[in-house]
Design a protein around this ligand. Sequence first.
Ligand SMILES: NC(=O)C1=CN([C@@H]2O[C@H](COP(=O)(O)OP(=O)(O)OC[C@H]3O[C@@H](n4cnc5c(N)ncnc54)[C@H](OP(=O)(O)O)[C@@H]3O)[C@@H](O)[C@H]2O)C=CC1
Ligand SMILES: O=C(O)C1=N[C@H](C(=O)O)C[C@H](O)C1
Length: 248
Amino acid sequence: MKIALLGYGKMGKIIEQIALSRQHEIVLKISSNNLHELTKENLQLADAVIEFSTPGTVLDNITACLDADVPVVVGTTGWHNMLGTIKEKCLSGNHSLLYGTNFSVGVNIFFHVNKVLARLMNKYPYYEVQVEEIHHTQKLDSPSGTAITIAEGITENLERKAGWINILTGGETADDSNIPADQLLIESHRIESVPGTHTVIYDSEVDSIEFKHTAHNRNGFALGAVLAAEWLHDKKGFYPVEDMFNFN
Ligand SMILES: NC(=O)C1=CN([C@@H]2O[C@H](COP(=O)(O)OP(=O)(O)OC[C@H]3O[C@@H](n4cnc5c(N)ncnc54)[C@H](OP(=O)(O)O)[C@@H]3O)[C@@H](O)[C@H]2O)C=CC1
Ligand SMILES: O=C(O)C1=N[C@H](C(=O)O)C[C@H](O)C1
């Protein structure tokens, strides 16, 4: 497959290596210093686009891919409040888009088990729950997209939580004393060089249950993005990454 990379930073560079190792060809690489190459003609050289840029640039890039009618895999986080608008544009034009806050197999297993665990916890009201995420200090958004997906998995399945509230700290424990009981706390920490750690903690007076995913590096995210491009390129439609997996 011919692949275009929108965003050639930490993720784009690893995706390139994995795509080449799977016999794909990279026909376009865009970062902030060659935006003039981001044209419809250049996008149409590709069978699929993989988009890992920034929360501030992702929407324009998605629009460019849909207008060029090239299937696009979107890994960038921080734009999911616009999902409805993009879905409408994608489906009305009969285009192809797959999006996800996290493409690693391990985190997608985690997402699934997190929902099962939240449903189970309806029977055990004496457990308080919170989510913690730790990422590197260059990360632009908080909470992480993955933490939002985890929080939604909890609020949609655990009756005592109606929404979530985020507190961002360097590394120290957040002060949660003002959080209403029906709100789920997401504690975000920024520590140099951490690729991504997510923990769901159920805590009672007598014990704690901690459910944790630790990324050791970015290779799992990048492989998932290449697999998503392979999965999407002959399909039309608007897909969350979970459609690629078959856990049900
Ligand atoms: N879904 C998933 O599995 C994962 C998602 N992510 C998300 O992916 C995104 C990128 O992460 P990461 O690679 O670590 O970030 P980086 O900051 O390392 O890379 C971002 C890249 O985007 C480039 N860029 C800036 N403006 C544009 C533009 N208009 N069009 C295209 N590219 C542009 C930057 O160029 P320059 O350097 O020149 O400014 C840079 O190459 C983040 O939102 C992150 O949260 C990350 C890991 C996994
Ligand atoms: O910015 C990152 O690095 C990551 N971003 C994604 C997120 O916001 O969840 C995925 C992963 O955790 C790494």
